[in-house]
Design a protein around this ligand. Structure first.
Ligand SMILES: [Zn+2]
Length: 411
């Protein structure tokens, strides 16, 4: 089965060699072919080039992309899309003046999501999450990471991870599972955090790893949640089970979480709304990807990650949604790309690199996803007819996507 997409106005993110990450100045460069074609065989990109070289190509199916932009699907490296119910009441409470911390102190926030999740069956949880996953694929996401973290008991965390495993099995896109072992201190362990971490280290991590339910380990390293010492203990335990760290750091406070992540060879450090010069130096020379989540800043009205400073320091940057019920009830990567340009002052080229190739890197997938490259998986977005790719960030809130192709098939 071959699929030819022809008369493409702009084919974005074309890479001859298999580039797996872009950093610093290189992020300003988004390789583009104008008036191009793209040839897919089964689930793989096999050829692309200018239209004049396409004349003799015959394919089983042809899509005419006149006036349209074609690019690799978004790679969303940070989500919490397996959750039960919603937190709309807290949304209204915040409008009426309560802060995220006030709500957490009243037993709302993550503890509220945990209670709802513990009382929801595995099938119902799967049904809710699969609707969200379908929705984000239609919005152009072609690879995703999903975290546990709303269970807060060993059984409920394993339940979440099993749901993620089922999504991974049933959906055509790569799904990367993360054990967010320490997201909040459960009510039952209030004032006894150490006992909770003992369970995480001695029971949860070994059970999740032995059942092959997670590839990554995550911790909410934040004041009032888990400090550096707690985080280190969990990363140390995870290392023994070969779980790679991808951790929540510097959302509200900067106190050394980035350096700790780098020390444990984290694949990514995520959030970074509060960032010190020491955090930037810790990242330099490391293999750790900094990940910004601008929809979360938008929804909570907190500072945006200083993406400009990160890129100007020669570092790479990835963008992700943080799709979750409390701080980002949206999995729309198009909005993430727009807000990175509008609020973080990334150029469209930088934002698209951050949301494709670098997002794939932050899931260990950039050798197969994240760019238009011969031999890579054919996960592709075709836009509606638009004046050019600047419209992707510019026309924020509009859905400019016409077709999403996953593994060579229209989704
Ligand atoms: Zn998160």
């Amino acid at each position: 089965m071959t699929l030819l997409i022809k008369n493409i106005k702009e084919l974005l993110q074309v890479r001859d060699t298999n580039v797996t990450i872009v950093k610093g100045e290189d992020m300003k460069v988004l390789p583009i072919l104008k008036n191009a074609y793209l040839l897919i065989e089964h689930d793989t990109i096999v050829e692309f080039g200018p239209m004049e070289e396409c004349l003799n190509i015959e394919a089983d199916q042809t899509i005419d992309a006149t006036g349209k932009v074609v690019l690799p699907t978004w790679c969303d490296s940070h989500t919490h899309i397996v959750y039960a119910g919603d937190r709309t009441q807290e949304f209204v409470d915040r409008i009426n003046g309560l802060s995220y911390e006030d709500i957490a102190n009243r037993g709302g926030g993550i503890l509220n999501s945990a209670e709802q999740l513990q009382n929801t069956s595995e099938d119902e949880l799967y049904n809710q999450a699969s609707k969200r996953l379908t929705e984000v694929i239609k919005l152009g996401t072609g690879a995703i990471e999903i975290k546990s973290g709303y269970g807060l008991t060993v059984e409920a965390e394993l339940k979440m991870l099993r749901v993620i495993k089922r999504l991974k099995h049933d959906f055509p896109i790569p799904v990367k599972p993360t054990l967010l072992a320490a997201h909040a201190i459960p009510k039952a362990y209030k004032g006894n955090k150490k006992a909770f971490i003992d369970i995480v280290v001695n029971e949860l991590i070994p059970k999740a790893a032995e059942a092959h339910l997670a590839e990554y380990i995550d911790v909410f390293c934040e004041k009032g949640y888990f400090d550096l010492e707690d985080t280190q203990r969990i990363l140390e335990a995870a290392k023994a089970h070969r779980l790679i760290p991808k951790i929540h750091v510097n959302q509200f406070n900067a106190f050394g979480g980035v350096a700790l992540g780098v020390e444990y060879d984290a694949l990514s450090v995520d959030h970074l709304e509060e960032l010190n010069p020491e955090d930037i130096s810790a990242l330099q020379g490391s293999n750790t990807m900094p990940v910004a989540l601008p929809s979360c800043s938008y929804f909570l009205s907190i500072p945006y990650t200083p993406g400009r400073a990160i890129i100007d320091a020669g570092l790479p940057l990835a963008l992700a949604t943080d799709y979750n019920p409390g701080s980002t009830p949206s999995g729309n990567m198009n909005f993430v790309v727009s807000s990175a340009c509008i609020k973080m002052k990334l150029t469209p080229e930088e934002a698209i690199n951050a949301a494709t190739i670098n997002g794939a890197y932050a899931m260990g997938l950039s050798n197969r996803y994240g760019s238009i490259c011969r031999g890579k998986k054919a996960n592709i977005i075709i836009t509606k007819a638009i004046p050019g790719y600047y419209h992707l960030p510019y026309a924020f809130g509009n859905n400019l996507i016409e077709t999403v192709i996953i593994n060579g098939d229209v989704f």
